[in-house]
Every structure is written in structure tokens, then in C-alpha cells.
Design a protein around this ligand. Structure first.
Ligand code: P5A
Length: 451
């Protein structure tokens, strides 16, 4: 992409309404614009990051054996009356009446809708296990939408639902989700810690929230610092293996880690003092096992091996995809702007032309652009006729992990400058070597088409 043809409305001033870094930086970097309280338009740069996260979530879900689909945002109130949640959900649910006077709602979650699909089409235990998921906009009429996309009213969520014959099968689905979520967050350059939590309006007793530690997080958390040393890394996981998933879940759930809702002072005090931590965290996902809470009242049964109908055991599993954009920025920025991890960056590298209009500099930038594009990488070329200082400030603000600076002086010596956004370190090297280095850096990452 050439900056002269892109739409990147960066702001010079710090918007006064933004209280936390990620909100400020998303506005300043031209990623989002508020449409109305808690509802945002995703401008091109923000949309690109959102799509990257969505792709990672899809890949990890499919890897775990879950099946993608798409349900609508608007739902009929009747289904929610069947589960009993229409009245229970309260003021957070946006209720709408259509022209025929029918009660509708903008879905805050989809347990009822998916259970309705399941009961219409699945009749035998032989069709289990099954996990269906989608990534779709949700609406919750939060009392205090704040911090930009962190607590929006309209937000983008991955929500998955498992259907199993027995509790044991459903607990395997729970474990499988925990493992696949750990992988998902790691690929985004984040450490998200599973913590025992409270299930709220979704229901059930077994639930874990995934928290990214950050001072600006809305949740208070307590944990054993040993948990922050855990990493899945390159481990290859067989998601069908109960033992493998269970072992990983045991590894992550043995050290104490709880949100304030379930915090147990006595257990916490049993941790060696130098490992006791209390801090704040951003909830980027939550998984639930709730048994037959929806299947029983809604009649979602299958014929069991003995021919008798049994209600299926279910759980639901959510990732806050739009919230993650903010969470990643909270975890990775400095006073100049965002610092994207390689796995989620909107563009892989910026190209800054120090002397636009100089035929050699222009040609060198074009050649770099072509070579990077040919490798499947997406460069953002600042081809505007602007001062170098302004170009650098924009690149620092939008946070691309690598910048190639091209100027007539360097080109005389056959070199360009490759700079890391994270460390600020630069090296001079021939343009082909810079391309080669970027190819190596991004070798482990899945590249995506330019949209
Ligand atoms: C699980 C999937 C559920 O709704 N039903 C379907 C279950 N869980 S949840 O914890 O309530 O939400 C899942 C994740 O969505 C994000 N989230 C939000 N993101 C932005 N703004 C909001 N107002 C908001 N509310 C929830 C969180 O990341 C949460 O973990």
C-alpha cells in the first residue's frame, strides 16, 4: 500500500475523551472513529488488525477441530423466552420491535440460537461430539461503555458451542478450548492467563477467564508468579487426545490464579510470599461448561446408545476479538505510539523515502516495494512529499515493527537502513539484504492477502 493512496487519518492532538493508552493510540493512529457511545467505525488500519486477529482465531479453531459458521446479529425474543433468559438478561440486552410488533433483540451471545439449530438438525449421539463457532458482532448495552473498543456496546466476538453426550466428553471440549485459546493468544504476542472466575449470566460452575496483565485492566486478579513462566511454544498438540489436553490444562491451572470474584485469601496466602502477585488484568476470553442448562428447557436431545433421548451437555467459549486489539496495544506501546507484534501487524514493514522525487530514491523504494510484495509481505510505503521527521513520527505512531529508510546519501554507498520499532536499533545494509532479513523474520508467520 502506498500512503498517498491510503486512508490513514492520524490525529496530531491527543483526544481528551481517551483515558487509557490503547484508546488514545487507536484514535491518534486513525484506526477507529466513534460513531456513538460504545460503537465504533473501524477505519482501514484498525480493520486490517481486526481481520488479522480474526484469521488467527479461525486458524486455531479449525486446528482444534471446531466448525465455522455464521449466525445473524438479530434474534427472535421467543427463543430466549424458552431458555428463561429473556427476562433474566436485564437492561444489557438491546430489545427491538419489528414492524409486525414482534419482539427481537440484538444478540449479546448465542446459546439459544445455536441450541435451536442443533435441535433442528442433530438427532443421534453418533453425530457427536460437535463444536460449532462463529465470529460475529454482539451488542451489550453496557452501563458505562469506556476505554474505546475495550468495553464497547457493539463488539466483535468469537463464540463457540460444544455439544457432547456426556459430562466427561464436554469437559474434554472445555480442555480443548483452553489449550487452543492459549495458542491463539500466544500467536498474537500476548500472555493471557486462565483464571478461575464467576460465570455470570451464561451459567454453570466451571469457567475460566483469560486475562492479559495490564495496569489499565478492569479486573482485579491474584496469581502465583510461577504461572507467568508457562508457554506452549512450539508444542504440537493432538486435540483429540484427552490426556494431552488435560495435561496442559493441569499445567496451567495448578498455580493459583483467580479473579477477585473467586479469590480465596487462604489459598493465596499458601503461595510462597515472593511469588504472590495481585494486579489488574484485561479479560480477553472466557470458557464455560454449563451442562444441560439450555439443552434441557429447549429440548435439545439426542438419541443415546440405548435408544433413549438424552439432553446434550454443552459449554460455550468466547474470545473478545475487538477488545484484543486494545489489549495488545496496552501490552505493547511506548510514548511514541503502538508497537505491533509481528503476528498481528497491519503492514509488515514501512518504507520511508527521505527524498520523494529524487529519481534514485524513488526507484530504490519501488524496487523494495516490489520485492517485499513478491514475497507475500505487505509494505506500507510513505511516498508522500513530506518532511522526514513527520514520516518517522507517523511510522512510530502506527507501530509497524520494521521500517526501511531510503535516502540519496545511503544509496550512494549502496545501503538502506533497517530499524526495529521495538528496540529502536538500526542497521545499514544493501536493499536485498534488508528484504532477505524481513523474509526470515516473517518466515514463521502466516501471511494474508492484502485486504
Ligand atoms: C462465551 C461465548 C460469553 O458471552 N457466550 C458465548 C459466552 N462469554 S463472555 O465472557 O460474556 O464474553 C466473551 C468475551 O467477549 C469479550 N467482551 C467484550 N468485549 C468488548 N466489549 C464488551 N462490552 C465485551 N463484553 C464481553 C470479552 O473478552 C469476553 O471474555
Amino acid at each position: 500500500m502506498r500512503l498517498s493512496r491510503y486512508f490513514l487519518p492520524v490525529l496530531k492532538e491527543t483526544p481528551s475523551e481517551a483515558q487509557i493508552a490503547s484508546h488514545r493510540l487507536m484514535l491518534r493512529a486513525g484506526m477507529i472513529k466513534q460513531a456513538t457511545a460504545g460503537i465504533y467505525s473501524w477505519l482501514p488500519l484498525g480493520f486490517k488488525v481486526l481481520r488479522k486477529l480474526e484469521n488467527i482465531v479461525h486458524e486455531e479453531q479449525v486446528r482444534a477441530g471446531h466448525v465455522p459458521m455464521l449466525m445473524p446479529t438479530l434474534q427472535s425474543a421467543d427463543l430466549w423466552r424458552e431458555s428463561g433468559r429473556y427476562d433474566d438478561y436485564g437492561a444489557e440486552m438491546l430489545r427491538i420491535t419489528d414492524r409486525h410488533g414482534r419482539d427481537m433483540l440484538y444478540g449479546p451471545t448465542n446459546e439459544e440460537l445455536i441450541t435451536d439449530i442443533f435441535r433442528a438438525h442433530v438427532g443421534s449421539y453418533k453425530d457427536l461430539p460437535l463444536t460449532l463457532y462463529h465470529i460475529q458482532w454482539k451488542f451489550r448495552d453496557e452501563v458505562r461503555p469506556r476505554f474505546g473498543v475495550m468495553r464497547g456496546r457493539e463488539f466483535f466476538m468469537k463464540d463457540g458451542y460444544n455439544f457432547d453426550l456426556t459430562k466427561e466428553d464436554a469437559l474434554h471440549a472445555y480442555n480443548r478450548h483452553m489449550v487452543s485459546y492459549l495458542r491463539t493468544y500466544e500467536r498474537m504476542g500476548l500472555q493471557a492467563i486462565p483464571m478461575r472466575a464467576d460465570s455470570g449470566p451464561i451459567g454453570g460452575d466451571d469457567t475460566h477467564e483469560f486475562l492479559v496483565l495490564a495496569e489499565t485492566g478492569e479486573s482485579e486478579v491474584f496469581y502465583d508468579s510461577a504461572i507467568t513462566d508457562l508457554k506452549l511454544g512450539e508444542r504440537v498438540v493432538d486435540y483429540d487426545s484427552r490426556a494431552e489436553c488435560e495435561d496442559i490444562v493441569t499445567e496451567w491451572t495448578t498455580p493459583y490464579a483467580r479473579t477477585d470474584e473467586t479469590h480465596d485469601e487462604a489459598k493465596f496466602n499458601a503461595i510462597p510470599e515472593d511469588r504472590r502477585r495481585s494486579s489488574r488484568g484485561i479479560e480477553v476470553g472466557q470458557i464455560f461448561y454449563f451442562g444441560t442448562k439450555y439443552s434441557e428447557p429447549m429440548g435439545a436431545t439426542v438419541q443415546g446408545p440405548d435408544g433413549k433421548p438424552v439432553p446434550v451437555h454443552m459449554g460455550s467459549h468466547g474470545i473478545g476479538v475487538s477488545r484484543l486489539v486494545g489489549a495488545i496495544i496496552e501490552a505493547s506501546h511506548d510514548d511514541k505510539g503502538i508497537i505491533w507484534p509481528e503476528g498481528v501487524t497491519p503492514f509488515h514493514a514501512g518504507i520511508v523515502n527521505l527524498k520523494q522525487g529524487d529519481s534514485e530514491a524513488d526507484a530504490a523504494c519501488e524496487a523494495l516495494y516490489a520485492s517485499l510484495t513478491a514475497l507475500g509481505l505487505e509494505p506500507l510505503y510513505d511516498d508522500r512529499d513530506e518532511r522526514a521527521g513527520g514520516k518517522f513520527a507517523t511510522m512510530d505512531l502506527i507501530g509497524l515493527p520494521w521500517r526501511i529508510t531510503v535516502g540519496p546519501r545511503g544509496l550512494k554507498n549502496g545501503v538502506v537502513e533497517l530499524t526495529s520499532r521495538r528496540t529502536g536499533e538500526s542497521e545499514e545494509l544493501p536493499p536485498e539484504a534488508a528484504v532477505e532479513k524481513l523474509a526470515q523474520i516473517y518466515a514463521g508467520h502466516v501471511l494474508r492477502p492484502a485486504f
